[in-house]
Design a protein around this ligand. Structure first.
Ligand SMILES: Nc1ncnc2c1ncn2[C@@H]1O[C@H](COP(=O)(O)OP(=O)(O)OP(=O)(O)O)[C@@H](O)[C@H]1O
Length: 587
């Protein structure tokens, strides 16, 4: 693990040897770079690698160049692991999807016949949106940016960027996006067409969802059909994967049976808490109860009879094996959120595999993430055999609404000065600053506070209750800027976050030769730009090595980043102007 300070830090055991060896084969394989020099060190400011990592752009990192559902399996092969679960064992709520909409054959591009608004109407609605702001269209960027190859390209920052300054505009923008077949939020269907139980429909209306997103529309019929089939689903950050697997768990649980029937694992305490909240909200009109399985949440001898358990793998394992506080024999659904991390990392992957072996063989395995490096995909197929698969094409992985910038500064000290200068921008809305190390997070948070700024720091060395309070304070807007490590890099959904700062370039740690960690970068920047909202990300480059790493990220993702020179007042002013445009509008 590079800097993953998870709530649980499980360790491999002898009976997991085959899994461990598989895992060690795939660890650190998320980039196809050449091995870095062995002289790399895990310091805060590592020295430049002797061999610069070379991206292999011909080899897709995030999935086969194959979007859409693999629905071409024979019906014989469909009678696999999960098929043995009889239809009658599924709760009444799960019987509802009996007439799920027929699986659609999808094209290689994953596009479907458009039922979108006519173009003219869409243009008109965009125009209306801009009219609302009275903005003249100057977003602060006058010039094109360079991509990783040094080519000049349009950064898209001066375009028809929809401004999101109030709920009405969000609604307008969302309606527009959900009608656009190229958007990850596109939907040709309605929740009503998915034949969900009426109690769940009430939950969906209560949380304010009007139409399913693309991943929900595609995954839900596959997840809900009987006999249950495994599913591996990839879609961009902030596109509604949580609701997809939540609706499946809630549909498959029998409220009358007072025993755990679904398990959902996540890599951090923070994400597990958030998922529980979503399940509770969507399931509020059902009799289904949830339990949060994180350290100290359970006691030996106190049986757990809640229907859905959401937690981190170490605790879940302890609850089953050491505490014996529930019997896993009734588990029907096993969900892994951030699945690539849950199965690929030595510690978490090991624990996850051990838990899986304790579950009935008929369990439906559901794996979701925004990233699935190719090697992890292969392991995912082993983990969830005969699964329906939804993968993104490489160029679809990042969210276009997140404008990516890099800020060039001179050395470590200037990084802090630049961050301090950015504070006004960061507090326009809310921001998350990601550091590599916990002590860096504490140090810069301390300095910013001393300099009169209001920030909080969060990482895995803090006590659980303190972690909860800090994130709650940030979630409800009490704190505007959160300085943190990778502990909240994945999954955390706070819609008001409109800026992410990568104070340090994420790296793969010693196992990965300290090469840039592309997946973590994608997840970090994905904390902004949630479900159609606009966002900005800034990554700091302060020396030759970090500069090369930033270019490597650009090349690998095929997405340009706008360069900002920390020494140039004009650049910083432009940055502020652009952020205000993108984040708030001109006022
Ligand atoms: N159908 C919908 N209509 C409107 N909003 C939705 C819908 N589905 C999900 N959302 C909202 O979108 C936001 C992002 O959803 P979610 O957290 O599930 O994203 P995700 O795909 O899991 O992202 P990540 O990869 O970062 O974990 C949430 O605030 C959620 O409430």
């Amino acid at each position: 693990m590079s800097d993953h300070d998870h709530a649980d830090s499980p360790s491999p055991t002898a009976d997991d040897a085959p899994v461990a060896s598989l895992l060690s084969r795939i660890s650190g394989l998320s980039t196809n770079a050449e091995p870095a020099s062995s002289s790399s060190s895990p310091s805060d400011t590592p020295s430049a690698p002797a061999v610069r990592p070379k991206p292999n752009t011909s080899n897709p990192l995030f999935g086969r160049a194959l979007a859409g559902v693999k629905s071409d399996r024979s019906s014989a092969s469909a009678t696999t692991s999960s098929a043995a679960t009889s239809a009658t064992s599924i709760a009444p709520t799960a019987d509802k999807p009996a007439s799920v909409p027929e699986e659609k054959k999808e094209t290689a591009t994953g596009q479907e016949p458009s039922q979108s608004q006519p173009k003219a109407e869409r243009e008109a609605s965009k125009e209306k949106m801009n009219d609302n702001t009275g903005f003249n269209g100057d977003d602060g960027w006058g010039d094109p940016v360079q991509n990783g190859n040094g080519d000049k390209v349009d950064d898209g920052m001066r375009s028809d960027a929809g401004l999101i300054s109030n709920e009405f505009q969000v609604e307008v923008k969302l309606a527009d996006l959900q009608a656009d077949p190229n958007s990850a939020l596109f939907s040709a269907k309605t929740f009503e067409a998915l034949n969900l139980h009426e109690d769940l429909m009430r939950g969906i209306y209560a949380v304010g969802f009007k139409k399913p997103s693309k991943i929900q529309e595609r995954a839900l019929p596959l997840l809900l059909s009987n006999p249950p089939r495994n599913l591996i689903g990839q879609s961009q950050s902030g596109t509604g994967k949580t609701a997809a697997f939540t609706l499946n768990m809630l549909s498959r649980v029998d409220p009358a049976l007072l025993a755990p029937q679904a398990i959902c694992l996540a890599p951090s305490r923070e994400l597990a808490r958030q998922i529980q909240e979503v399940v509770d909200k969507i399931g509020q009109f059902t009799d289904i109860k949830t339990f949060l399985a994180v350290p100290k949440s359970w006691s030996r001898g106190v049986r757990i009879d809640k229907h859905i358990l959401i937690g981190t793998p170490g605790t879940m394992m302890d609850m089953i094996t050491r505490g014996r506080v529930f019997d896993p024999k009734h588990i029907r659904v096993f969900v892994l959120d951030e699945a690539d991390e849950m199965i690929a990392l030595q510690g978490l992957g090991d624990q996850t595999a051990r838990i899986k072996r304790l579950l009935p063989p008929t369990v439906q395995n559901v794996l979701f993430s925004a990233t699935f490096p190719e090697e992890v995909q292969r392991f995912a197929e082993h983990f969830a055999p005969e699964a329906n698969q939804l993968f993104l094409k490489k160029e679809e992985v990042t969210v276009d609404a997140i404008k990516q910038l890099y800020l060039e500064c001179d050395g470590e000290d200037q990084k802090y000065d630049a961050l301090s200068m950015l504070y006004d921008c960061m507090s326009i809305g809310q921001s998350i600053v990601f550091c590599k190390r916990k002590d860096t997070a504490d140090r810069i948070a301390g300095r910013l506070i001393q300099d009169g700024h209001s920030v909080a720091s969060l990482h895995g060395d803090k006590q659980s209750e303190e972690r909860d309070d800090i994130l709650d304070g940030f979630r409800n807007g009490k704190t505007k800027v959160l300085i943190t490590t990778n502990v909240v890099a994945r999954g955390i959904d706070i819609q008001q976050v409109n800026m992410v700062v990568n104070y340090d370039v994420p790296d793969l740690g010693p196992e990965g030769g300290f090469r840039p960690d592309i997946e973590t970068y994608i997840h970090r920047i994905g904390r902004t730009g949630r479900f159609g909202r606009k966002g900005c990300s800034v990554i700091f480059a302060h020396d030759q090595r970090s500069m090369e790493e930033v270019h490597y990220i650009m090349e690998t993702l095929g997405k340009p980043m706008k360069r900002i020179d920390a020494k140039s007042t004009a650049d910083l002013e432009q940055l502020e102007k652009a952020l205000k445009f993108a984040l708030k509008g001109p006022n």
